[in-house]
Design a protein. Structure first.
Length: 390
């Protein structure tokens, strides 16, 4: 309960809900303004996939591979859809409250539950493969690698499970602070190591084969006069070319040497979303709804888009020359990667968009990428886009 209250306080959700009075001090979402669109956006298909997050603030991001998109909802339904058409291929009811997923790889679809059960299904058919037990509740999607399935639980532990049998291979412990956001960073694989960010501002590198700690780096220190101001939970790390990029709440975006944990640069920024990396830039969303582009080599600011303040943006994704984000009302925004200008807008549905869109080219002969968006109400939509007039 203490972790949950911390999350509500930090995200400004308690004001005006009856717990602390009738007046809210949360800034209202910025109203979307008309603009001259440079992209023609088309919805290819849209499907209802279940109850979505069930009213909880969960990050149930779909996963996509080999032309199939996999979706899980809080009600326990896991399903596979043809990415090009939205045709359902299979579905499975787990009869459990799913809180994390989807992990995908090595022929498995993996989700986790409120009670810490880790459930693996065969990706081709949806039939059960195995079930394991994590140390505590799981909120971050499992990561599937060549040698195991890696799961970070709310208590700070990271565990590895066998691909074929689900037996636990190793367990790495970490002490979390008493007060933290009600979230867990998803681990990241790269260079033979597994990287995890924690609520105390630390990033830890573990060996994937045995969980041995290789290094620990303190990215940021708590600051401020009260407990909420001192929250610094780190979000999902991003790995590329022997570098690791991390961001955190009341913290900074930082670049680290992946083999040693040495901090190369840090840029002050508060975020509870993961980032997107492309070309020479890294793209982040702040807790107040700014979309920011930084130079990946130095951390220097390139541009800031302020049109979506307080709209509870999703994590960003890259789609060709655009950055794509969703918001609290189901709108999807296309932003120019080079300049930060608003290029296009479409609505996926009435629910909020909490997780980063998926981007992939899935149709034979189709050069333009599809953008897949899942709302908190379970509406899965596929969009394509092209420059107007082309």
């Amino acid at each position: 309960m203490r972790n949950l209250i911390a999350a509500l306080l930090a995200l400004g959700l308690l004001g005006g809900c009856g717990l602390f009075g009738s007046h809210s001090n949360v800034a209202p979402p910025t109203k979307l303004k008309p603009f001259k669109a440079r992209l023609a956006i088309r919805r290819v298909w849209s499907r209802a996939t279940g109850n979505g997050t069930g009213g909880y603030d969960l990050s149930l991001r779909p996963a996509l591979a080999a032309g199939t998109i996999y979706v899980a909802n809080e009600g326990g339904k896991v399903a596979a859809y043809k990415a090009a058409t939205g045709r359902r291929l299979w579905h499975r009811s787990l009869k459990a409250q799913v809180t994390a997923g989807v992990g995908l790889g090595q022929g498995l679809v993996v989700v986790a539950t409120r009670r810490g059960r880790v459930i693996a299904l065969h990706a081709a058919t949806g039939t059960p493969a195995w079930t394991a037990q994590a140390p505590s509740e799981v909120l971050a999607a499992p990561v599937v690698g060549r040698h195991g399935v890696y799961v970070a639980s709310l208590d700070g532990h990271v565990a590895a499970y066998g691909l074929r049998h689900g037996r636990r291979l190793w367990l790495a412990a970490h002490t979390n602070p008493a007060l933290k956001l009600f979230v867990t960073a998803r681990p990241t694989r790269g260079g033979g190591l597994l990287y995890e960010g924690y609520a105390n501002g630390e990033v830890v590198a573990l060996r994937t084969e045995n969980g041995q700690r290789v290094w620990t780096s303190v990215v940021t220190q708590p600051r401020g006069g009260d407990a909420v101001e001192r929250l610094i939970d780190l979000a999902h790390p991003v790995y590329a070319q022997n570098l690791l990029y991390v961001d955190g709440y009341h913290g900074a975006v930082a670049a680290l040497a992946a083999h040693s944990g040495r901090i190369l640069w840090a840029h002050p920024l508060s975020s509870d979303r993961s980032m997107a990396l492309g070309g020479q830039s890294i793209y982040a969303v702040t807790v107040h709804g700014r979309v920011v582009a930084l130079a990946s080599a130095t951390g220097a600011s390139l541009w800031t888009q302020k049109a979506f303040l307080n709209r509870r943006l999703s994590s960003p994704a890259l789609a060709g020359p655009a950055v794509v984000v969703g918001d609290l009302a189901g709108y999807v925004q296309w932003i120019a990667r080079r300049t930060g200008a608003l290029w296009g807008r479409a609505r996926a549905g009435s629910g909020a968009i909490r997780v980063a869109p998926l981007v992939a080219t899935v149709a034979a002969g189709e050069a333009r990428p599809y953008v897949f968006v899942l709302t908190t109400t379970g509406r899965l939509s596929a969009f394509t886009f092209k420059p107007k007039g082309s």
